[in-house]
Ligand binder design. Structure first.
Ligand code: NI
Length: 414
C-alpha cells in the first residue's frame, strides 16, 4: 500500500507517533481508566439480554464524557453519537456486551462475582476499548463524520446484532467497524484481511422417533439411541469424505439426548449440532449431507427422522474498499510489521456479519497474546487476555473512525 503522510511513514518505521489531527495517542491515565473499566465489567458479567448493570456502566462513562446516548435499545443495548461534520453519514463502532454461562477459574483478583457467569470471550475488553476510543474522539479535533457507538447485547446468542439493526442502529450510518481480541496473535498486532474472516454457522436438530420397549425385548423396539449413535459417527464422514479438503468446514454434534432408564430401550432421541463453512456451496453441501444421512439411517432402521436447521448466521465478509481503510487506520496505530493478515480461517461465528450485510465495513482481530504465553482458549474457564491490547484497540477504533469519516466525507463531496 502506498504511504502518503508523515504520520504513516512514522507508523511504518515504528517511530513514536505524535498527536496530530489524524492519529490518536493514549495517555497513561486514560489507559488506566480503560483497565479499571474492563476489570469492573469482568467482575460483573451478564448473559445475553440481561446486560442491565453493564448498560448502566456504559451510560455512566458516556455521561462523564458528555456524549449523548439512547439506552434500552432493543432491550439492553445502547446507541451513542459523537458529533462530526453534518450531512456526512456516521461511522459506527460496535462493541458486544454479553458474557457466557461458564464458571470462572482464572483466579484473577477481579474474578467474576457471579457463579456460573464469566466474560470468557473478551467482550469486557471490547466494551472498554470502544469507550476508550470514545474518550479519544470526544477530546480530539473536530471529526469529519459523526461517530455512532453501538453497544450490542447478546452476541453469543446470535440475536443481538439483528435486534439492534431492527432498532435503528445503522440509521444514518455509512460504514461499520468492529473487532475481536485474539490470543493467537501478539499484543499490539492488528489482523486485517478482506473476504471471509468468520465462517457461516448453521445449527441443526435431528429428532428420531423409534419405538420404546423393555430392555429385555429389543425385537419389540426401534432403538432410537442406537440409531442416533450411528448418526453421530456417520456424520463425521461428511467433512472427511465428501468436502474438498482445501475448503475448511466443520460438522460437530454437541448434544445427544436419549433414554429414560437402564432397562428401557429409548423410543426417542435428539441430536443437536453445528455446521461451519466458509463458502456458500460447502455450506449447502453440508446441510444437504446432514439431512440425507440422518434420513437414510432412520430409514435403514425403521425410525422416523425429522431434521431442522433452527438458526443460522452468515459468514463475516470484509469488503475490499472498507478493509483498505481499516488497514490504513491500523498502520496509523501500530508499526507496519504489526499489521498482518489472518493466518488461517476462523471457524467461529460472529453476528457482526449482519451489519456487513447492510453496510460496508471491516471486522479485525486485535492481538492479545502475552509475550511467551499461549494462554487459554476463548470460551474456557481460564480465559484471559493481555490488557495492553486495550490501548491498541482504542487507538485503532479512534483512527478508523477518522479515516473512514474522511472517506465518507470525500464520497459525499463535503
Ligand atoms: Ni466473542
Amino acid at each position: 500500500m502506498e504511504i502518503k503522510t508523515e504520520t504513516e511513514k512514522a507508523a511504518r518505521n515504528g517511530a513514536p507517533i505524535h498527536a496530530r489531527a489524524e492519529t490518536y495517542t493514549m495517555q497513561a491515565a486514560a489507559f488506566e481508566r480503560m483497565v479499571a473499566l474492563r476489570r469492573d465489567f469482568h467482575r460483573h458479567p451478564e448473559l445475553g439480554w440481561q446486560e442491565h448493570r453493564t448498560a448502566d456502566r456504559i451510560c455512566a462513562v458516556l455521561d462523564d464524557l458528555g456524549i449523548d446516548y439512547r439506552r434500552d435499545v432493543a432491550g439492553t443495548g445502547v446507541l451513542a453519537e459523537i458529533p462530526g461534520s453534518q450531512d456526512v453519514p456516521a461511522v459506527a463502532l460496535r462493541a458486544d456486551m454479553d458474557a457466557l454461562p461458564i464458571h470462572e477459574e482464572t483466579g484473577l483478583p477481579f474474578t467474576s462475582a457471579y457463579d456460573g457467569i464469566m466474560h470468557a470471550c473478551g467482550h469486557d475488553g471490547h466494551l472498554s476499548m470502544v469507550l476508550g476510543a470514545a474518550e479519544l474522539l470526544a477530546a480530539g479535533a473536530a471529526l469529519p463524520a459523526p461517530v455512532r457507538l453501538i453497544f450490542q447485547p447478546a452476541e453469543e446468542l446470535g440475536s443481538g446484532a439483528q435486534a439492534m439493526i431492527r432498532a435503528g442502529a445503522l440509521k444514518g450510518v455509512g460504514m461499520v467497524f468492529g473487532g475481536h481480541l485474539d490470543r493467537h496473535y501478539p499484543t499490539g498486532s492488528i489482523i486485517v484481511s478482506d473476504g471471509v474472516v468468520n465462517a457461516s454457522t448453521d445449527m441443526f436438530e435431528i429428532r428420531i422417533e423409534g419405538q420404546q420397549a423393555h430392555g429385555a425385548r429389543p425385537h419389540e423396539s426401534v432403538d432410537a439411541l442406537v440409531v442416533g449413535s450411528l448418526m453421530v459417527t456417520t456424520l463425521q464422514t461428511l467433512v472427511s469424505r465428501e468436502v474438498d479438503p482445501a475448503h475448511p468446514s466443520v460438522v460437530s454434534v454437541g448434544r445427544f439426548e436419549a433414554g429414560t432408564a437402564a432397562n428401557v430401550i429409548a423410543g426417542q432421541a435428539v441430536l443437536e449440532g453445528t455446521i461451519r463453512a466458509q463458502e456458500t456451496e460447502v455450506r449447502e453441501q453440508l446441510k444437504k449431507g446432514v439431512a440425507r444421512m440422518a434420513r437414510a439411517i432412520g430409514q435403514i432402521h425403521g425410525a422416523r427422522v425429522k431434521v431442522r436447521f433452527p438458526s443460522y448466521a452468515p459468514p463475516v465478509i470484509n469488503p475490499p474498499e472498507a478493509t483498505a481503510l481499516a488497514r490504513r487506520a491500523a498502520l496509523l496505530t501500530v508499526p507496519d510489521d504489526f499489521v498482518r493478515p489472518l493466518h488461517k480461517a476462523n471457524m467461529g461465528a460472529e453476528d457482526f456479519s449482519y451489519y456487513l450485510q447492510k453496510r460496508p465495513g471491516c471486522y479485525v482481530r486485535l492481538g492479545s497474546q502475552r509475550p511467551g504465553h499461549e494462554g487459554f482458549p476463548a470460551h474456557s474457564s481460564k480465559f484471559d487476555f493481555d490488557e495492553a491490547a486495550l490501548a491498541t484497540g482504542a487507538r485503532y477504533f479512534a483512527n478508523v473512525a477518522r479515516v473512514a469519516g474522511e472517506a465518507l466525507s470525500r464520497a459525499n463531496g463535503a
